[in-house]
Design a protein around this ligand. Sequence first.
Ligand code: GDP
Length: 425
Amino acid sequence: MSDTIFALSSGAPPAAIALIRVSGPSAAVALSALAGRNLPSRKAVTVTLRDGQGEILDRALALWLPGPATATGDDTLELHCHGGRAVVAAVEAALAALPGLRRASAGEFTRRAFANGKIDLAEAEGLADLLGAETELQRQAAMAMAGGTFSRAIESWRDRLLYHSAAVEAVLDFADEDDVSQLPSGFVTALAALRQELDAWLGRPRAEVLRDGFKVVLAGPPNAGKSTLFNALIEEEAAITAPVAGTTRDVLTHPVAIDGVPFRFLDTAGLRDEAGDAIEAIGVERARAAVARSDLVLWLGQEGEGPAGSWEIESQIDRPGHAIKQAPRHRVSALTGQGLDALRRDLVAVARSAMPKPGDAALSQRQHRLLTEASEALASAASLVDPLLIAESLRLARVAFDALLGRTTTEDMLDALFGRFCIGK
Ligand code: GDP
């Protein structure tokens, strides 16, 4: 990590101001080469930037930020230049010409912050989400994650876990001596209490629902009216409807916001055992998968035959002699619009309760999986008798916590995470 990296950290030129950041051991060299002088720490100073031939490149505001009290932990120089394309290109070229300096790759400043212990992995993940946030709900959840709410919780769980592990290790060390071969009283209760805290986090709404929307699958046999209802709900003619069984060959998906709540409706091929042909069979398979991944299923088929937890929808109620369900959750006609507003209101209420509350940190899929592993390891530790096995379970829980904090990570995982950032971040 002896390279010094630089990049344009503000938006693409032309812009009013361009922020070029230089970070690493040669940042001071870059400062004296371009500005021809040293600067006091943490003071904004106007400097004249020159290239190696003494040519004036720009007059800029410079900030000299010596490490380790910087965002990356390394010496950092910030140059606030004029935001013209040619100015930025010239300053970048002058930096690239200096020994030991190179252009930063995507997310590399943040990756250095992580490598230097300035932020942990959960905070880096929150930061990535913050930069990608497009809606207010997403921004609030990302802020909470980047602010370290979840990290602080993991740290405290990890401390308590280490304390319990030490107790088990003591039992193992002194296994021969009768007086210390017992685990402390309250050991199992303490593990259960710890696990309860983890499970409370696991029970919270997930981050994906903010990004992907609340997934509602329309399911039922062919010609039940799924595509027509789908179109009515998304208020667009996105799905092809026709009075022929098996028209919807694939799963159609469409994001839509109702009352500011993000939804993703999925129209499926008919769920039935014997598909008409091979292509449709693939559609049926995908329909099953869509149902399995959904947050809610609207069931338009025979009453009681839908997947568990699905809402019974009586559709096409405008049709004379249309079969009537005994107790549908909603009666609608996609054609006349009857009952659609009530259905939408119901959907919004249910989806809202599944969204993270403003300011709550929401777990990503990866975080959810690791926390589940920790919770299961604690559960098995509490149920075991052999101290050796208990110690192993507690170790597994610690491994999961460490992975959450980024203390044990693979290069692939880091590449994937930091690759989500843009260059200059
Ligand atoms: P899918 O196979 O379940 O997707 O069913 P479609 O949405 O393609 O509908 C099958 C047929 O029923 C089409 O001819 C639709 O026009 C008709 N249909 C769907 N919904 C309604 C409705 O609410 N009222 C009436 N009258 N016809 C409907």
